[in-house]
Design a protein around this ligand. Structure first.
Ligand SMILES: [Fe+2]
Length: 372
C-alpha cells in the first residue's frame, strides 16, 4: 500500500528546479489536502514511473507552432444563460467538441508549454472542433492563494485561451474560486470578488452556470462547488442553480450535454485502495463526487433528453452508463498537476462527436506532454 510520503516525486529533489519543486511539492500537498487526498492510499501503487518512456519536448517548437498560427484575438465569450451561439455545424449536423479540463496553469512546471501543446493537439486536425469546453480548474490554484499569485495565473491562462482558434466556453472548478482558505490567501471574505466572482471577472462571465444551444445539442454548464461552511468545499449545485436547471431542461427539446467540474457520477473514486480492516468501506466523499448526484441523475432520467455528462476534477478517466445516460470523467490536461505520477491520467483531453440524433462518439487524446 503506497502512501503519499512514499511517492517517488516526494523523494526527487535533485533536478534543476530543486528549490521551486520543493515549494511546489508542498503546495501540491496542500492542495490535495483540500481535496481530502492526503490520507487516501494510491491506486496502482505497484506501477513504477518509467522515465525512459518520457521524451523531452522542445519549448521553442511548441512556442513556434502556436505563434505561427492565426488565432482568434479574444478569449471566451460570455453568453447569457440559454443563449443561441453562432456555430458552423457540418452538413451532416454532427458537432465536434473537445472537453479539456484541469489545466492548472501556473508560471512553473512548464504548464504553459503543456497547455499550448494541448490546444494545438485539439485544434490542428483536419476538422477543427466547433467548441472547446474547458471543464474547470483552469489555473493551478486560487482557493488558497494570494490575490497577486492568482492574478498571475489568470494572466497566463487567458493568454493561452486567446491562442485558441475555436470558440471556448468555460466551466469552473474548485481551484478557480478565490480565497476560501483565508489563512493562505490573505482574503478577508468581504472583497467584492471573493470566491467565484474573481474567476467570473477574469473570464468576463456573467454566471458560473448557464446553458446554450449549438447545432442540434443543448449544452448545460454547471457550477459544482459549494462551501462546506468552513474553508472547504463540497460537490453539489446550489438551490438557485437547481431551480434554474429544472426550468432550463423543461424548456429544452434538444439532446443535452451536461458539463460539471466535479463528477455527478463516476467510478474513479472506487479505484482508490481502501483499508477495509479499518472500517473504510469505500465511502465516496463530497470532495470527490456530487453529493446530489443521485438527485441529479433522477432529474436527468425523468427529463429523457440528457445523453451525456462530462466531468474532470479527479485527474482520472472513466465512462459509465446508467439508465442510458453516459457519465464520463475526462482525465486532465495537466495529467498529475504537471508531474509524473502513474496514479493519475497522462495529460490529455476528450474529443467528442455529437450527432443530431443524440448519439455520440468519445475518445481520449493524449497531448504528448511529458514531465521533464
Ligand atoms: Fe484539478
Amino acid at each position: 500500500m503506497l502512501r503519499r510520503q512514499d511517492h517517488p516525486d516526494d523523494q526527487d529533489h535533485q533536478d534543476d528546479q530543486d528549490h521551486q519543486d520543493d515549494q511546489d511539492h508542498q503546495h501540491l500537498r496542500d492542495l490535495q489536502d483540500l481535496k481530502v487526498l492526503q490520507d487516501r492510499p494510491r491506486p496502482h501503487a505497484e506501477t513504477p514511473i518509467d522515465r525512459r518512456h518520457f521524451a523531452r519536448l522542445s519549448i521553442a517548437s511548441i512556442t513556434a507552432a502556436v505563434a505561427g498560427r492565426s488565432f482568434a484575438a479574444s478569449p471566451s465569450s460570455s453568453p447569457p444563460p440559454t443563449a443561441e451561439l453562432p456555430g458552423q455545424p457540418p452538413s451532416d449536423g454532427t458537432l465536434r467538441i473537445v472537453h479539456m479540463n484541469d489545466w492548472h496553469v501556473c508560471p512553473e512546471r512548464r504548464s504553459v508549454e503543456g497547455s499550448a501543446m494541448a490546444i494545438e493537439a485539439a485544434t490542428s486536425g483536419s476538422r477543427r472542433p466547433d467548441l472547446l469546453l474547458t471543464g474547470g480548474d483552469l489555473i493551478f490554484d486560487s482557493f488558497a492563494t494570494t490575490r497577486s499569485r492568482a492574478e498571475e495565473q489568470w494572466r497566463l491562462f487567458k493568454e493561452l485561451m486567446a491562442s485558441s482558434p475555436v470558440r471556448v466556453e468555460h466551466c469552473l472548478g474548485n481551484h478557480d474560486l478565490w480565497g476560501w482558505d483565508r489563512e493562505k490567501s490573505g482574503a478577508s471574505g468581504d472583497e467584492r470578488d471573493y470566491g467565484m466572482q474573481k474567476a467570473l471577472d477574469e473570464l468576463g462571465l456573467a454566471s458560473s452556470w448557464r446553458s446554450f444551444d449549438l447545432g442540434a445539442w443543448h449544452f448545460v454548464v454547471l457550477d459544482s462547488v459549494v462551501s462546506d461552511g468552513g474553508k472547504g468545499y463540497r460537490g453539489r449545485i446550489s438551490p438557485p442553480q437547481r431551480e434554474w436547471l429544472v426550468a432550463d431542461l423543461a424548456a429544452n427539446r434538444l439532446p443535452v450535454l451536461v458539463v460539471s467540474h466535479i463528477p455527478i457520477l463516476s467510478l474513479t473514486p472506487l479505484t482508490w485502495d481502501r483499508d477495509y480492516d479499518r472500517g473504510d468501506h469505500g465511502r465516496v466523499s463530497g470532495s470527490e463526487m456530487h453529493l446530489d448526484g443521485p438527485a441529479l441523475h433522477r432529474l436527468f432520467r425523468e427529463d429523457g433528453r440528457v445523453r451525456l455528462c462530462l466531468s474532470g476534477h479527479m485527474h482520472l478517466e472513466d465512462r459509465c452508463e446508467v439508465d442510458g445516460i453516459a457519465y464520463c470523467c475526462d482525465g486532465a490536461v495537466s495529467g498529475a498537476w504537471w508531474k509524473a505520477d502513474p496514479d493519475y491520467s497522462l495529460p490529455g483531453f476528450a474529443e467528442l462527436e455529437l450527432r443530431p440524433d443524440g448519439t455520440f462518439e468519445r475518445r481520449i487524446r493524449r497531448t504528448g506532454w511529458v514531465n521533464a
